[in-house]
Design a protein around this ligand. Structure first.
Ligand code: HEC
Length: 143
């Protein structure tokens, strides 16, 4: 009886460990985010959060951004943007225009360090509408 209960647990733990390893190496595939309801931004990436100035639009962006964040970022940066030690805590990001510019540049290309991918590049899979929505959501989680 004992044995039959322990085996699946061991298997589950092995799976979890493998998933953690993949995350630690940045080997995760970005997932497209549905941005229905957000103003379309066109092909040229802007460098300042285009949703912040308009309150109803911003609220919509935060809502979509929360889903986008949980789908694409939480695995490494933590649920609700509370980091678990695997990647930086995004609540510490600089606010405003300077922080926007830096955020969008970094997330478009991801992070590669010494030939090792630490974070995937989001450009090409996740739209800029979704990336700004995620930025909006993260802002609401800042101190
Ligand atoms: C596979 C894990 C992983 C995923 C998924 C991931 N990141 Fe990261 N991210 C990292 C790591 C690791 C770093 C630190 C890289 C370094 O500087 O060595 C980082 C750094 C960052 C930074 C810079 C933070 C700082 O203070 O230096 C930002 C901004 C960021 N990520 C945003 C995002 C967003 C937004 C998403 C989702 C769209 C995301 N990341 C998804 C692993 C990940």
């Amino acid at each position: 009886m004992m044995r039959m209960q322990l085996m699946p647990l061991a298997a589950a733990m092995a799976l979890l460990a493998a998933a953690g390893l993949a995350l630690a190496h940045g080997n995760v595939t970005p997932q497209p985010v549905d941005t229905t309801g957000l103003k379309a931004l066109g092909d040229t990436w802007v460098t300042e959060n285009p949703y912040r100035a308009d309150k109803p639009l911003y609220e919509k962006a935060v809502e979509i951004g929360e889903k986008g964040y949980e789908l694409n970022c939480a695995g490494c940066h933590g649920l609700k943007a509370v980091a678990g030690g695997m990647a930086p805590d995004l609540r510490e990001l600089e606010a405003g225009k300077t922080g926007d510019d830096w955020y969008i540049g970094l997330t478009r290309r991801g992070v590669e360090r010494n030939g090792e991918r630490k974070m995937p590049a989001y450009e090409g899979t996740v739209s800029q509408e979704a990336m700004w929505a995620i930025r909006s959501y993260i802002e609401t989680r800042q101190h």
